[in-house]
Design a protein around this ligand. Structure first.
Ligand SMILES: [Zn+2]
Length: 258
């Protein structure tokens, strides 16, 4: 039996995830993925581009197989077995179009956050999507979740690693709905500045509780985390009146043990 891959391999525009973890929307794609090792997925919108079966590239979406789409970079990364760290490119055209204030980072005491070259599978999130975290954070999260269970506390993950491109997509969709940049920045970090890019941040929930609501602070799960998360290397990033001007987020924790 082949060892099942449990890593996300990152490149500039495309990410490779193990095919067995991907959920296909159609039967033909599902059959193709069942015979493949890796799925190449476009980071900006999650679109399935191609599957890799051994050395063979199997297009899943011929329309997106453009020479400059980043597929060959991803193919090379999978072949050599490691990806690349991705720094934020604020000079990229789509980024400039967002009209994020130039002093955004300074004003919020936030620095741009690079995406890791590789992320580890940390089980499924609340929505049954694969949860990706930096390897030590993934191990710590799984240990913490297990430690809470005997205390009658069920922890689930709402969101872990997010790419710059994904955060960019959140912005673009909200702008298209008519929100202003200021309104969006009051609840979402600017693309490139979210702790979620690091693979060390995780939004935690508990069954029956809506995701990412302040009411989470009144749950037994939050009380458990307040008492125990530190033992596992996690701390709350955005307490009340934090210096970043980010609203209180009792659900957002960061793995900070080196
Ligand atoms: Zn968060």
């Amino acid at each position: 039996m082949r060892l099942r891959e449990q890593r996300l391999i990152n490149t500039e525009r495309v990410e490779a995830i193990p095919a067995w973890l991907a959920r296909a929307r159609g039967n033909a794609t599902a059959r193709r993925l069942a015979q493949s090792d890796w799925l190449l997925r476009r980071k900006s919108d999650g679109r399935f581009l191609a599957a890799i079966d051994g050395d063979a590239l199997q297009p899943l979406d011929p329309a997106t197989m453009t020479p400059h789409g980043g597929i060959s970079d991803a193919l090379r990364a999978v072949a050599r077995g490691f990806g690349v760290e991705v720094e934020l490119d604020e000079h990229a055209l789509p980024y400039a179009a967002l009209a994020i204030p130039d002093d955004y980072g300074d004003a919020h005491q936030l620095r741009s956050v690079a995406e890791p070259a590789e992320l580890a599978y940390a089980g499924r999130d609340r929505y049954q999507r694969p949860l990706w975290l930096l390897a030590p954070a993934a191990r710590a999260w799984l240990r913490m979740r297990e430690a809470a269970r005997p205390d009658g506390v069920l922890l689930d993950a709402i969101s872990g690693y997010r790419s710059h491109a994904y955060q960019f997509g959140i912005f673009s969709r909200k702008l298209a709905r008519g929100l202003t940049v200021d309104e969006i920045l009051s609840v979402n970090a600017a693309p490139g500045y979210s702790e979620h890019h690091s693979g060390c941040a995780i939004d935690i929930g508990t069954p029956g509780e809506p995701p990412a609501e302040e009411s989470f602070e009144n749950t037994p799960a939050f009380a458990w985390l307040a008492a125990r998360a530190g033992e596992f290397g996690f701390e709350m990033s955005y307490p009340r009146d934090n210096p970043h001007g980010i609203t209180y987020e009792p659900w957002h924790f960061r793995y900070s043990r080196p």
